[in-house]
Design a protein around this ligand. Structure first.
Ligand code: BTN
Length: 341
């Protein structure tokens, strides 16, 4: 099917005869007809006219692997792609695939998730076709300590991809959310499997709100969430494929650099576009542990240096809550249900 699509794409808006297509794809003319119908089902607009042949007039808006592979500038990431229109969670599916031996860089995608997962046990609203809901399988061969900043690098790669494809400069909310004027645009959920000192595989789940209108968000998060379409005031939907391709490209570069010599450049990007540094913050670390202080610096390993009443501490993980009024209480529950700030 890919060969047929490639030929049609090279001749976009022009008719290609059935005979020519059959020759180029090395299959029979009836097989061409079947494949064209399959492509149409995937959302490609193809005109079929007797004695003229087939003409591709529109590309599928879906995140179909064919589209992602075409023009992808990576050597490792996205070289194998699994795609479904609906799954429970791409992170679940990626875990299963990793357990079955899927290779490093495998990308798992869905148009919608029925049980999209967020950090700290929250859920992630994943409306069909409106965002990028993806998970990447990584099998890092490096020291676990050097992996701590991987989610920050992922957020940096996503911010760079957004800037490259739309010109919009978003901010990073530590440890790994993308925000614009305080509203959440994207989140990252990293899960790992292995032993303390030897990671078997890592699942990097990425959720980016792309084409939602305000009314697509559930009432509970409407005031805190946003999408690229809303921020850019676009009438038409944005193409998701180039954003995903750029993201994979930037992330692969940061990942390969991480293994080689650290990520000073990417971490510096995170510092320059941080929504957190210099702010007074309250950090929920789960299990009732709450820290509060001023976010003083972002260290090269992605950890946050927090100046508290008792001195400076290095914080590796947590969730920044809105500053609490009055005294910081222990055991505060910040789980408020999905795509949360
Ligand atoms: C967060 O900010 O809480 C992290 C959200 C991560 C959502 C993505 S969507 C694709 C992948 N699959 C999941 O179930 N979750 C992540």
């Amino acid at each position: 099917m890919k060969r047929v699509l490639d030929v049609l794409r090279q001749n976009m808006q022009r008719f290609v005869s059935g005979e020519e297509l059959a020759k180029a794809a090395a299959i029979s003319r009836s097989a061409i007809w079947k494949q064209v119908n399959q492509l149409k089902k995937l959302g490609y607009q193809i005109e079929a006219v007797p004695h003229k042949g087939y003409c591709l007039t529109g590309i599928a808006p879906a995140l179909h692997p064919f589209e992602i592979e075409t023009g992808l500038r990576t050597v490792l990431f996205g070289k194998t792609i699994y795609y479904k229109s609906q799954v429970d969670s791409t992170n679940h599916w990626a875990r299963e695939l990793a357990g079955q031996g899927a290779r490093e860089g495998t990308l798992v995608l869905a148009e919608s998730q029925t049980q999209g997962k967020g950090r700290m046990g929250r859920s992630w609203v994943s409306t069909a076709g409106k965002g990028i809901w993806a998970s990447l399988i990584l099998c890092p061969q490096i020291d676990v300590a050097r992996l701590a900043g991987i989610t920050t690098l992922t957020a940096v790669a996503m911010a760079q991809a957004i800037f490259e494809t739309t010109g919009l400069q978003v901010q990073l909310k530590w440890p790994n959310d993308l925000v614009f004027n305080g509203r959440k645009l994207a989140g990252i959920l990293a899960e790992c499997c292995g032993e303390m000192d030897r990671i078997q595989y890592f699942i990097l789940g990425i959720g980016l709100n792309v084409n939602q209108a305000v009314t697509d968000f559930p009432a509970e998060i409407i005031s805190r969430a946003t999408s690229l379409k809303i921020l850019l005031k676009r009438r038409e939907d944005l193409a998701r494929v180039p954003i995903l391709q750029e993201f994979l490209f930037f992330l692969e570069q940061h990942y390969l650099t991480l293994a080689a010599n650290g990520n000073a450049v990417a971490i510096d990007y995170a510092r320059r576009h941080s929504a957190t540094l210099g702010q007074r913050v309250v950090i929920d670390q789960g299990f009732g542990k709450i820290l509060s202080g001023t976010a003083e610096a972002l260290d090269d390993d992605g950890s946050l240096r927090l100046r508290t009443a008792f001195g400076t501490s290095k914080v590796f993980t947590g969730d920044i809550m809105k500053p609490l009024p009055g005294k910081v209480t222990h055991g505060t529950d910040s789980a408020s249900g999905g795509n949360d700030l």
